[in-house]
Design a protein around this ligand. Sequence first.
Ligand SMILES: [Zn+2]
Length: 161
Amino acid sequence: MTAEARRCHPVETGGMLVGWDDFEAGHLVVATIIGPGPNAEHHTWGFTPDGAWQQEQLAQIYLATDGRLSFVGDWHVHPAGGFGMSRRDRRTMAATVDEPDSRLAVALMGLLAQEDEHYRLGMWTLGDRRWPFGLPNAVRLPTTIWTPTAGEAFWVRLGIA
Ligand SMILES: [Zn+2]
C-alpha cells in the first residue's frame, strides 16, 4: 500500500482489500491487496480504478485459494493527509456494500493518510447512526497485525504478501 501511495504521490490511488470474514473469531482478515491497475486514472481528489484488471486479479486469487480469499473492501490514499472518512468515502462504502452482487456482510474501507514523511493506516466501517442526506457515520475499527494460524497457512504458499 505504502509503495503504491509513494509511486502515485501527489495524486490519489487505491484498490481492493482481499481476505475473508472469520465469523467464528469475530474478525475480518485482510490477507492481501489489489492495486489500482495499469489503466487507472489518478486525480488529486479521487481515482478511477482499472476495473477489468482488478476483476482479473481477484478471479486469479479466488481460484488459487479455492474461494477462501475474496473481495472484502476497498482502500485508498489521502495524499494531502486527513485521517478520516470524507462524505464521499462514506458514500463509496455504502454503495459497495449495497451493490446487488456484493456478498459483503459489512462495509470496509482502508485508508492510508499522509502525515509528515510517513503514512498512517486505518480501517473503517459504516455505523448505524445516519447523518443528514441518509449517509451513515463512519466508525474506525480496531486493527492488529494478523499472524496466520495453522489453518490459515494456505495463503503463504501463494506468495501474495
Ligand atoms: Zn478518502
